[in-house]
Design a protein around this ligand. Structure first.
Ligand code: PLP
Length: 377
């Protein structure tokens, strides 16, 4: 028998969550963002469910784009950071990829490239995030250069929000960037894409000008598609009607009866104050569980809420079995997602929050050694 840990991918949740993006975004089309191997879920595991709703797929890597074409996707694929060197443009031609243009060199490469057919590009405005994109003063010149190139079929306009999940300096998180975008793009033709998950959930109805709202023409739905909540703990998955697309499940491997004063695990980081039963679970940081999760991090034991105790080690962690007399060796432990026993849900963001990180990081860090199974397959 293999080690009793697995990640289960839930196709119904993937479709449902992307459907939420669609419902919030009016007439906008939906990119399913599948970078980082579909946020750790596996592009191949998610594809059939996502294609039911998505109008396109957005990724970072040419290899990811090739996998999507290999799965039979003939619709739009967007490279979110564009090409990394000139010869990437050949693959863009061959695979019909749309790509982001965020710096001058990418324009020069395109101008020097022999295209099979003119390409569609998304010109990125740096509206205040200050990572990628042209500053407003350079944006128009970049647009004019691109629009004049025979290699270019169509120039779309995009930007990315830094604070769509919260306030910025105590004020509205997107207003300042929306104003910059509207001013820089006002009279430029082309489709527009601004919203990530947080903007879609929190701001999708906000007017953008030209009859559009923040959802604009294309929404880039990342973490929400996987049931992650970008503004946890202000809101949780129930609030946004999102469902976990991944459940990380393991089992109790051993039970220990602790006496008062007994400790558990490395560093004796947890000491029992009273007699108690604890379960040793086949999951550790080498599976992608956060090592920094402190005592008290929530888990589900046979679908009942409990907590971790002491330090997470490479292959094992400890859970409290107090009040769970039926739990023993072989009992299911859900680290995040939903219990197969009761259907109870433990949000990945709740676990991440306890470990001082975000759900995004936990999904993406699922370790290669954990077998992944698609529910119903
Ligand atoms: C990753 C990414 C997204 C998706 O972000 P989420 O917060 O996961 O929705 C959208 N746009 C760009 C440019 C990205 O890199």
């Amino acid at each position: 028998m293999p080690r009793p840990i697995e990640a289960v991918i839930h196709p119904d949740a993937l479709s449902h969550n992307l459907g939420r993006a669609r419902a919030l975004s009016g007439d906008a089309r939906i990119w399913a963002v599948v970078k980082a191997n579909a946020y750790g879920h596996g592009i191949e595991n998610c594809f059939e469910a996502q294609r039911l709703v998505a109008d396109g797929f957005a990724c970072l890597d040419l290899a990811e784009a090739e996998r999507l074409r290999g799965l039979g996707w003939r619709g739009p694929i967007l490279l979110l950071e564009g090409v990394f060197e000139p010869r990437d443009l050949e693959l863009c031609s061959r695979l019909h990829l749309w790509h982001v243009i965020h710096h001058e060199a990418q324009i020069e490469w395109l101008a020097a490239h022999k295209v099979l057919w003119p390409q569609r590009v998304f010109l990125k405005l740096n509206s205040g995030m200050n990572r990628l994109g042209f500053r407003p003063l350079a944006f128009r010149a970049a647009w004019q250069r691109l629009a004049a190139l025979p290699q270019v079929e169509d120039v779309s306009l995009m930007t990315h929000f830094s604070d769509a999940d919260a306030l910025r300096f105590g004020r509205d998180g997107v207003a300042h960037q929306l104003a910059v975008f509207e001013a820089a793009c006002a009279d430029l033709p082309g489709e527009r894409s601004l919203a990530n998950s947080a903007a879609t959930l929190r701001h999708a109805g906000r007017p953008l000008g030209g009859g559009l709202n923040v959802g604009a023409d294309w929404v880039r739905a990342g973490v929400m598609g996987y049931g992650g909540v970008p503004d946890y703990p202000e809101h949780d998955a129930t609030h946004w009607d999102l469902r976990p697309a991944m459940s990380l499940r393991s089992q109790v491997l051993a039970v220990q009866e602790l006496h008062p004063g007994d400790s558990v695990g490395y560093g004796s980081a947890f000491v029992a104050e009273a007699p108690m039963r604890v379960g040793i679970v086949a999951c550790g940081y080498a599976d992608g569980y956060p090592r920094h999760a402190p005592t008290g991090t929530p888990v589900l034991v046979a679908g009942q809420r409990s907590r971790t105790l002491g330090r997470v080690s490479m292959d094992l962690l400890t859970v409290d079995l107090t009040g769970l007399p039926q739990a023993g060796v072989g009992t299911e432990v859900t680290l995040w997602g939903c219990s197969a026993v009761t259907g109870a849900v433990l949000g990945i963001d709740e676990v991440a929050h306890a470990a001082d990180t975000i759900g995004y990081e936990l999904m993406c860090a699922l370790a290669a050694r954990v077998p992944v199974r698609v529910d119903g397959r």
